[in-house]
Write a protein that binds this ligand. Structure first.
Ligand SMILES: Cc1cc2nc3c(=O)[nH]c(=O)nc-3n(C[C@H](O)[C@H](O)[C@H](O)COP(=O)(O)OP(=O)(O)OC[C@H]3O[C@@H](n4cnc5c(N)ncnc54)[C@H](O)[C@@H]3O)c2cc1C
Length: 680
């Protein structure tokens, strides 16, 4: 593990970079870890600096935004000096034309920040507006920055200041001990630093249980026609009803943006772009025949109250700077300044109190006391946008005997030193075996088997528990849910609609059993009772909806690599291809397809169903599966607890073998002892 005195900033968007530069300029040692600079919302934005045009009404938010707008000229000037790159900052004012539909009362409230222009006056400011425009507001102090130039300037400044930027590195988990972050686990190894800042935008809830969700925005860009030595037809930002036109100094016209609550669904869509173009032409008909240059989309980091989450966290060396939603470009300088004061000087500006994570915490006292427990704990991702909860609940590391075997074996050979854990939707598990509760001869056999297997995740059929179906009476109470993570499943659902309903029930069930933050669901949509094969279309439909509702979706599928990819793109937390039909004990019948799924996946692949014997469990793990779900082979064995233990060991053996790298298969014999030096 790497140990460092640096402050580590997680996330290299505008917020992460602005904070890194601020801290470095005040003398701190800083490092930025960035998974993918290009996916940042900071590149997708329009770059408007528009506290007035955005009509922000919450007083502390307006104050924060105005402060940031005020900081902008000096901040960008400094960046330009340090980087030599123009940021495109332009205090051009924003014109907000209104049509007949506008609320007349609003028209009366003028101020020095907000000036009413009637039809003639607005035509003077901006000729060529649509016929429906009856006048408009002029916000002289709002403006814009070219956010892509700004990002280039920030990156160059960071380089000039010798800030280490690890691009292409993902922080996979944050681990804490005694109320402090002890280390972070990244795709490039573990790092222990002095302090950490979470600036991961829309992706924040993948690392911490904070209610930040992606809100998609589609955009496009036109080229303004232009005669040499003449100004471009648009000089100021036009801010209409759900549409804005932002003219850049280089002749591009940025048009945005849709506001879509559809989770991580990527791409531009004909409907999205059509809406933007229709509104743009209404507002300024001249654009109708201008050249289209580019389309793109991005994810705004939205929070339940649309305000950012800034300042301290429940861990004393972790700071939060996320959830900037529609105004992150505007808020970058003020965020950097306030966090700089807080992190380096312990000075907490009174404004920060309004943006604390605690406003979302149901049990914030409980969480804090739990955080202080003197045991090694891992912060978990339990966020669920629908419950708006910020429950930093913690899990005491359990080390099942099998896992201990695995870790020590790996460590003593010095080949693989990092702890080999399984992470699903930000939650970390030591065991790679999941089990179920069905088909056991008795509740006692089930309890013993769960313990013997060393598993930490147990799937439970929501319907059967709810209806107390035979063999399921008292089942929910029979398991120690403080130690076992519940994976509610939608078994028995024939359609997407049913599965969605049952998934919601499952979430409530997990809550009732004390897992307030459990948003996991094993999605099963199985219309056919004979072969019990999952319906791919229904599964995808249900998965899309459930992801949107904040579930961590673990879909059960046929081993179809294309479907697996589609589910991953839809935002599922894992894919769970079947080895062979459920309960058949036929083993892995589709190795070729499972191998493709494993090769392509960026999320854990859990081989589910069909495994009959430990050798088959090991086989799936040797292929590189991340985990297994085994129920029938354990529950229906003659001695379930013994079989459970065997399956647990097989999962560990297979995983170890996979990590160790098996020898290639050769056609001929190859002597085990070297032949050199033999007397012939
Ligand atoms: C279409 C659209 C238009 C917008 N228009 C405006 C506007 O006009 N004015 C305005 O002020 N704001 C606007 N915004 C909002 C603004 O873009 C965002 O609020 C701002 O960019 C958020 O910055 P950020 O640094 O927090 O997140 P991002 O820019 O999204 O950066 C987050 C970074 O963190 C990285 N990351 C995530 N998870 C991890 C991990 N586990 N490990 C390592 N790295 C990780 C990501 O790869 C990403 O690079 C707009 C947004 C959109 C989508």
């Amino acid at each position: 593990m790497e140990e460092t005195k640096e402050i580590i900033i997680i996330g290299g968007g505008v917020i992460g970079l602005a904070i890194a530069i601020e801290l470095k300029r005040r003398g701190a040692e800083v490092r930025v870890i960035s998974r993918d600079g290009q996916q940042a919302a900071s590149y997708a934005a329009a770059g408007m600096l528009a506290p007035m045009a955005e009509n922000i009404t919450v007083a502390p938010m307006l104050e924060l935004c105005l402060k940031s707008r005020w900081l902008y000229p000096e901040w960008t000037q400094k960046l330009e000096e340090l980087s030599g790159i123009d940021t495109g900052y332009l205090p051009c004012g924003i014109l907000a034309p209104v049509s007949e539909r506008a609320n007349q009362e609003e028209l009366l409230k003028e101020s020095n920040q907000k000036i009413w222009l009637d039809r003639d006056n607005i035509a003077f400011y901006q000729p060529g507006l649509g016929k429906s425009i009856i006048g408009g507001w002029w916000y002289p102090e709002d403006g814009q920055v070219d956010n892509r130039c700004l990002m280039r300037s920030l990156l160059q400044t960071a380089q000039a200041l010798d800030i280490k930027i690890q691009e292409g590195v993902t922080v996979k988990a944050v681990q804490q001990k005694q109320g402090k972050i002890d280390r972070i686990i990244t795709s490039a190894g573990e790092i222990a630093a002095e302090k950490y800042v979470l600036a991961t935008g829309s992706w924040s809830s993948q690392l911490l249980p904070i209610p930040v969700r992606p809100v998609k925005g589609q955009m496009l860009c036109l080229r303004m026609p232009h005669q040499p030595h003449e100004p471009y037809p648009l000089q100021r930002v036009l801010f209409g009803d759900n549409i804005y036109l932002v003219p850049r100094q280089d002749g591009r016209l940025i048009i945005g943006a849709t506001v879509e609550e559809i989770g991580w669904t990527p791409h531009n869509t004909p409907e999205g772009i059509q809406k933007l173009l229709t509104k743009a032409i209404d507002l300024y008909p001249g654009v109708a025949d201008w050249q289209i240059e580019q389309f793109w989309w991005g994810f705004r980091p939205g929070t339940p109250d649309e305000l950012p989450i800034l300042g301290v966290s429940p861990c004393e060396n972790l700071y939060l700077a996320t959830g900037h939603y529609r105004n992150g470009i505007l808020l970058a300088p003020v965020t950097a300044t306030l966090l700089g004061d807080l992190i380096l000087e312990g000075k907490s500006d009174p404004l920060l109190a309004h943006f604390s994570w605690q406003r979302f915490s149901h049990h914030h006292n409980g969480s804090l006391t739990k955080l202080k427990r003197n045991k090694e704990m891992t912060l978990l991702n339990n966020s669920s946008p629908s419950n708006n909860g910020l429950n930093l609940s913690l899990q005491v590391h359990q080390t099942p005997s099998q896992t201990r075997v695995a870790n020590s074996a790996i460590d003593s050979s010095n080949q693989i030193t990092s702890e080999d854990t399984l992470t699903i939707a930000g939650r970390t598990f030591n065991s790679r075996l999941m089990t179920g509760t069905g088909k056991y001869p008795s509740i006692k056999a089930m309890q013993q088997s769960i313990i013997a297997s060393g598993c930490e995740i147990v799937t439970v059929a929501v319907r059967r528990v709810q209806t107390k179906a035979k063999g399921h009476e008292g089942l929910a109470e029979a398991i120690d849910w403080n130690k076992i993570w519940m994976l509610p499943n939608t078994a028995g659902c024939k359609t997407a609609e049913e599965a969605i309903r049952v998934a919601r029930l499952g979430r409530e069930m997990a809550k009732l059993l004390g897992q307030e933050d459990n948003n996991f669901v094993k999605l099963e949509v199985i219309p056919d009772a004979k072969y019990l094969l999952p319906d791919p279309i229904g599964t995808l439909e249900a998965a899309e909806q459930l992801v949107k509702e904040g579930f961590a979706v673990l879909p059960y599928i046929n081993a179809d690599p294309l479907l697996a990819k589609r589910l991953e793109e839809a935002g599922c937390a894992t894919v769970m291809p079947l080895g062979s039909p459920i309960g058949s004990g036929q083993g892995i019948k589709n190795t070729a397809n499972i191998a493709i799924i494993i090769e392509q996946a960026n999320i854990p692949v859990v081989v589910d169903a069909g495994i009959g014997a430990p050798s088959e469990a090991a086989q799936a793990m040797e292929m590189g599966a991340d985990a297994l779900l085994i129920n029938s082979a354990i529950a229906l064995a003659q001695n379930p607890p013994a079989m459970a233990q065997a399956m647990g060991l097989a999962a560990v053996a297979g995983r170890l073998a996979y990590l160790s790298g098996r020898i290639p298969v050769k056609q001929y014999a190859s002597a085990s002892s070297p032949l050199t030096g033999t007397i012939s």
